[in-house]
Design a protein around this ligand. Sequence first.
Ligand code: SF4
Ligand code: SF4
Length: 102
Amino acid sequence: MDFWRVPLDIDAIQVPRGIVTIFEDRCKGCGYCITFCPRHVLNLASRFNVKGYHPPEVIRADDCVNCRFCEIICPEFAIYSTEASPDSPASVPCSCDTIKET
Ligand code: SF4
Ligand code: SF4
């Protein structure tokens, strides 16, 4: 997207990065987190959880901006995001975590 002018402080702005954590077995496969993620970070996994639903999986980890919208919208409290350290480079291998509750 081209802007017609560039903000004066553009170099000072750091876009946060998020680390997404998913509690797979709480998920009911509604897909809200996938549909409404503004950065298209998530996708429906092909595997099933213990309830027989397809949980979300992270497919574009480096694009997460830690807006936490997935966390807010999830009716099952099955997903959340935390801010990654500003030192960690964008090319760090996916640090996203999928948690299986016992
Ligand atoms: S925190 Fe925001 S950008 Fe990251 S996965 Fe959730 S909705 Fe998408
Ligand atoms: S919003 Fe929550 S319950 Fe719905 S698919 Fe995402 S993680 Fe699963």
